[in-house]
Write a protein that binds this ligand. Sequence first.
Ligand SMILES: [Mg+2]
Length: 229
Amino acid sequence: MNISSISFDGDMTLWDFHQVMRRSLKHTLAELQRQRPTPRVLNLTIDEMIAIREQFAEAVKGKVWNLEEIRRGAFERTLEHVGCPDKDLAAHLNAIYRKHRFEDIELYPDVIPTFDILASHFKLGLLSNGNTYPERCGLDGRFAFVVFSQDVQVEKPHPRIFEITAARAGCELTEMLHVGDSLENDVMGARNVGAPSVWLNREGVPNDTEIQPDYEVASLAEIPVILGL
Ligand SMILES: [Mg+2]
């Protein structure tokens, strides 16, 4: 391998997105229940809210790319679902969600120490289907290149987004190591364009797919070792 750049996935690779998303929804649901304490609202669950957001995202897939717009639309659908449609309340709930979603985000403890080792040897980048920009999570100034699907309107695992990323990194795809937690989006996406890949498997789950990463690690701290540092 002749690696010059490393692209990192964001959600579940650099930070625990599921945890911060669920916590933010919990604050939002509490505010909704305070404002509209109807039986239907008091019975609403976070899992239902997640399901409504997923359904809405699926319905607007390819048409609406901005994830905050999708989230706000999902709150509007949620209020309709519980029998109190109200766009202003949806916007208020969205503001509460957004505040916690970005202020409460925490990096995994292996991120900064690993970046500190890698940064003087490789160009580091972020390639995300999410919307946590570096300045929203304490990683401002850490990346030489940043690509978000909502900005380029193509998502991992599509080859085009990997091509865009390598172009921004200023290297060939074969020289860009991609690191991520998703076998489909990260590992298969990278493989399809000839980029080497690292599957970050923090929980040690079995790989029951046909998708084979070049490397599998349980922690980002193993990456410098793979690269001979
Ligand atoms: Mg991920």
